[in-house]
Write a protein that binds this ligand. Sequence first.
Ligand code: 5GP
Length: 194
Amino acid sequence: MERENIGNLIVISGPSGVGKGTVCRSLLKKIEVVYSISATTRRKRPGEIQGKDYFYYTREEFEKKINEDAFLEWARVYGNYYGTPIEFVDQILHEGKDCILEIDTQGALQVKEKRPEAIFIFILPPSKEELIRRLTGRGTENEKEINTRIGKLEEELAHLCDYDYKIINDNIEIAAEKIKAIIVAERCRVKKNK
Ligand code: 5GP
């Protein structure tokens, strides 16, 4: 008997600078999954593209979307709003495709409340020192922004226990392979409700 084929919702979090974005880009080349594009009020970084990296909203536009219940989850991260447009995610899942959310821990907890069947993966740095080194080396944030992100590190790490899987990112390809293995295993799962 065919059961309705709903895709898996996969939540990936980890501290800023851990390489979530790079690992996810590598993952997309290894397995067919759809990456959910978030909305944000943060300024566009050089090289980022509207509708590819994020949907860039003004604060007013974002708050209007909150009031319209347009987000599966939303949070204020480092002084800006970030949110997952619900319509897109549900469309993908109902097409039977797996959908990846790369979101912070506050957002992940909201998803856990609303969609307990989702799969939660936390990416860790090899060490705290290495994370700080990566964060300062990537040159996309100013000193104040870097310090804010380092300050949130411990808070983020404390949420590890809310996740199903942890991946240490000391090698991008290996980290992406491990996430792929988790997704493949989840596709084989008999009982969807954990
Ligand atoms: P960045 O500004 O470096 O692109 O992202 C900053 C943080 O916001 C990262 O931890 C990222 O995972 C998180 N983030 C990105 N999109 C979303 C979202 O839609 N919802 C939530 N809650 N966090 C997000």
